[in-house]
Design a protein around this ligand. Structure first.
Ligand code: AP5
Length: 241
């Protein structure tokens, strides 16, 4: 097993421990949304309030980059252009990573799958790990709001937490509340790259909506509301499964 996978999984698992987790029914949730629609923000709430394990392929690539692994450096060349990292690299990374997650733990999938080809690999990954998808949430948000959110986002590379210059201001300007590190802008949050990422969403990821609608798994939620309000909307649907 690759050392970085193990370390990242253990780190993440420590973070999500909750005394309630053993009473929860395992239910895997997938979040789909245009870049900046709030997938990471909602996933973190599911981790903190519902003991989910957060599996974000974007975070895994950024972790690899921080560790300067060959996968991270290769991924950066795609991420900085707003393109998807090739499917085989992404899928292999997920296949390796999921081995570290106990089958008793619910996963919130964030950013994977991102096209129809990845969704086939995803089905196979779920099956081989005795998992199934309970629901897919589509966080709906306009392009204008996305640009506002992403161009004002601040990011803490060590803790992985995100802030916003207006909507989620850190207690001390430019400093992460949890790790105390300096906040930066993500290299893919430049306006021209954001536009490319949005285009990729419409060209490749949006096809997943119909795919999951046909399987009766899709729930659409309006994401142009405050984070807590959006989280409540998501939680309301939990009562039905
Ligand atoms: P990834 O990291 O997954 O980026 P993304 O999908 O573009 O999404 P973001 O992380 O930018 O936004 P988000 O929806 O999580 O919003 P957030 O909660 O942070 O992927 C990055 C890249 O990696 C890809 O472009 C690709 O190159 C590669 N990659 C990843 N997965 C891949 C895959 N499967 N295949 C191939 N390549 C892959 O919020 C954004 C901002 O808004 C924050 O500042 C936040 O504070 C604020 N905010 C959040 N919610 C609200 C709200 N309700 N109201 C107001 N502000 C809000």
């Amino acid at each position: 097993m690759k050392a970085w996978l193990k370390e990242f999984a253990l780190r993440a698992d420590e973070f999500v421990f909750s005394p309630f987790q053993s009473y929860m029914k395992v239910c895997d949730i997938l979040l789909i949304g245009i870049p900046g629609s709030g997938k990471g923000t909602q996933a973190l709430k599911l981790v903190q309030k519902k003991s989910f394990f957060h599996l974000s392929t974007g975070d895994l690539f950024r972790y690899n980059l921080k560790e300067k692994s060959s996968l991270g450096l290769l991924a950066k060349s795609y991420i900085d252009k707003g393109q998807l990292v090739p499917d085989f690299l992404t899928q292999d990374m997920v296949r390796d990573f999921i081995k570290n997650i106990p089958q008793t733990k619910s996963i919130v999938w964030d950013g994977f799958p991102r096209n129809l080809s990845q969704s086939e690999a995803f089905d196979d990954i779920l099956k081989k790990n005795n998992r199934s998808l309970t629901k897919v949430f589509y966080l709906k948000l306009s392009e204008t709001e996305v640009i506002e959110r992403l161009s004002g986002r601040l990011y803490a590379p060590k803790s992985g937490l995100t802030y916003h210059i207006k909507n989620k201001v850190p207690k001390k300007k430019g400093i992460c509340d949890v790790s105390g590190e300096t906040l930066i802008s993500r290299s893919d949050d430049k306006k021209d790259v954001i536009k490319k990422r949005i285009a990729v969403f419409y060209e490749q990821t949006k096809a997943l909506l119909n795919h999951y609608k046909q399987q009766n798994l899709l729930i659409e939620v309006e994401a142009f509301v405050k984070p807590d309000e959006l989280f409540q909307k998501i939680l309301n649907h939990f009562k039905s499964f």
